[in-house]
Design a protein around this ligand. Structure first.
Ligand SMILES: C[S@@+](CC[C@H](N)C(=O)[O-])C[C@H]1O[C@@H](n2cnc3c(N)ncnc32)[C@H](O)[C@@H]1O
Length: 356
């Protein structure tokens, strides 16, 4: 039977237009500005291109007869992602401004660990992403950082690798954060790294999802933790019901590195949505999916989760996920699943259930 709230929610969905992708103008404007700087600098050696998913920056390196080597953390669009930068040395590096300060700090240290003396590091991004204040993070590592190009509400900062720069923070493990997290079978030291969701704590949406699932029967089920982050959701379910087998999927190679430390031996799948999961089916798919990346709203991941789930569920299998209540999911859920319920409505969060 459908939850009585369900019809009310569907009406709300029609009124709520917030499930829209916002423009990624920042990515385009920042890449354009960075390409201008590269065109001027004409670096002909090895250039490390960090955290850039648009092709323009690497193309600008090769256009100037340099050799670009990209580091992608995210397996977006079928790209190979890696948890850490390639081995140096490099004659220059470009860094698309990461979302969080600790991720920026980690990336600047990583770059400094492979740059040759006198090599430039360029950090670029939009002003409203924090490009203006990035110098405060760069300078303790590389010395003075100055703006060398600005425009289109973006800027490029340049710092030069000083002589004898300390080579600290040059591995992912240097950035490991351990926090005690309470699971149904007891307290565990939970590992996280900069840039991971809810770095070092359990998010309220995740807690709502786990709360809603406490009484779910899962004996012997094959479960997919979709958009798993450091693996909290799947680990919690496995602690509740040890007979389950959980696979962990995320687009971020660093998230999967954390899963590898937290749950040694677990199957980890680097995938952009369901892209890498051809033909595989589960009894249960659970998720706390993202709905924004940095400043941009990215509803395509949660939409892709709902639309793609039936193809990856056994008959009678179910999808359970949490979103913010303001996100209009009711109509999409109703048109995708035979049976739909709201398992929990708590504060800003809503936990959805769909059965195939
Ligand atoms: C809101 S976090 C949830 C993390 C974890 N499940 C938790 O509750 O702590 C969303 C996760 O989705 C991942 N993600 C973002 N875009 C994705 C995509 N296109 N495909 C798969 N995972 C994605 C992010 O890397 C992040 O780890």
């Amino acid at each position: 039977m459908r939850d009585p709230l369900y019809f009310f929610n569907s009406l709300l969905d029609r009124a709520d237009m917030s499930l829209k992708r916002t423009d990624d103008w920042r990515d385009r404007a920042a890449a354009e500005l960075m390409s201008t700087v590269l065109g001027r600098a004409q670096i002909q050696g090895d250039v490390l291109v960090m955290l850039e998913h648009l092709p323009e920056v690497a193309e600008a390196v090769t256009g100037a007869a340099g050799r670009a080597r990209s580091w992608h953390r995210l397996a977006r669009g079928g790209r190979t992602a890696a948890e850490w930068i390639p081995r140096g040395p490099f004659d220059a590096a470009t860094l698309r401004l990461p979302t969080s300060k600790d991720e920026l700090d980690m990336a600047v240290h990583a770059a400094a660990s492979v740059l040759t003396e006198g090599a430039p590091l360029w950090v670029y991004g939009a002003n409203d992403e924090g490009a203006g204040s990035a110098a405060r993070v760069i300078e303790p590592v590389m010395g003075s950082a100055r703006t060398v190009e600005s425009g289109g509400r973006c800027r490029v900062l340049e710092a030069i690798q000083p002589a004898g720069a300390p080579r600290v923070g040059g591995t992912l493990e240097d950035w490991r954060l351990c926090t005690p997290v309470e699971f149904p079978d007891g307290l565990r030291e939970w590992i996280s790294y900069p840039g991971l969701f809810a770095h070092g704590r359990v998010d309220e949406g995740t807690q709502a999802l786990l709360e809603a699932m406490r009484s779910t029967s899962m004996t012997g089920q094959h479960i997919l933790d979709f958009a798993c982050g450091s693996g909290v959701v799947g680990a919690f379910l496995a602690a509740l019901e040890p007979s389950v087998l959980v696979d962990f999927l995320d687009v971020d190679a660093v998230a999967l590195a954390a899963v590898g430390k937290n749950l040694p031996g677990a199957r980890r799948i680097a995938s952009d949505g369901f892209a890498a999961l051809e033909g595989e089916r589960y009894d249960l798919i659970v998720s706390n999916p993202p709905y924004h990346t940095g400043k941009a709203q990215t509803p395509e991941v949660v939409e892709g989760l709902v639309r793609g789930a039936p193809e990856h569920l056994e008959i009678g299998g179910s999808l359970v996920f949490v979103t913010q209540r303001r996100l209009p999911m009711g109509a999409l859920m109703a048109s995708t699943f035979g049976r739909v319920e709201v398992l929990l409505d708590a504060g800003p969060h809503r936990v959805w259930y769909g059965e195939k």
